[in-house]
Design a protein around this ligand. Sequence first.
Ligand code: ZN
Ligand code: ZN
Length: 290
Amino acid sequence: MNAISSGLERFAGRKLGVATIHAKEQVIGPLLKQALGLSGYSAIADMDTDRFGAFSGEVQRTLDPLAACEAKARHGAEVSGLDLVVASEGSFGPYPPAPFISCDEEFLLLFDALDGRIFHHRHVSLETVFDGEACTDWTQANAFAQRMKFPSHHLVVRPLEKWKQGDALFKGLQDKDAFRNAVEGLLEQRGSCWVETDLRAMANPTRMRVIADTAERFAREISTLCPTCGDVWFRITDAITGLPCDLCGWPTHSVREYRRTCRTCGHYADSVRPDGKATEEPTHCNNCNP
Ligand SMILES: [Zn+2]
Ligand SMILES: [Zn+2]
């Protein structure tokens, strides 16, 4: 194997495979192509990424999101013969610091088969269209659909929240008649049905925007070069708290600086917040506002 070039030359002129079947290459591909100087990108055909876990419950996820991303990327490299492959994985749930709010946690992982190197990025967004509801009549199902921005955001209908083998499953519903038929069919059979948002990227434009945002951040992180050795991915590894209170100067729990670390040479450096915020409001200060 040839020696891998350092810095961004590693990626120059190479073609990227996007291991996805849900049209995510349209938002991930252009951003990485531009930031890394790639020659192009394409979705990898014949990928069955749903076998690594599906939102609508037919396949349970068994791997953590980064491991799932890596499995997808390696599988994508195998089936396509491409040596540079990106994979994506997302999950929805309560936002840990404020569990009454939903969040979308997205991961991107880039696998370089030339030397086995892996780059990854995690981004959490509070912007979601995500929910599910047990419905006992059409009016309720229709009201839920309107709240979930149907039909721009597609829906899933099945008998119960937990899907089991043999149950009916309607995914990607984007047509009002088809949605109504699915709901009324189940209501007639069983008296109730479960309706939820379809969270696959092409079925949920809000999630697609979050993936685009994640790709933009990932591209920026990979193309940030270490000032000491010049290698790529001089990335944010820590958020250091202690932003001083605007009134008393006491260190608050808000982020003061971000630490970037180089995986290649171990160099690290702390830098101020990109938003330029240098002090915190006294309402967030434990000294002023205990
Ligand atoms: Zn370095
Ligand atoms: Zn204070």
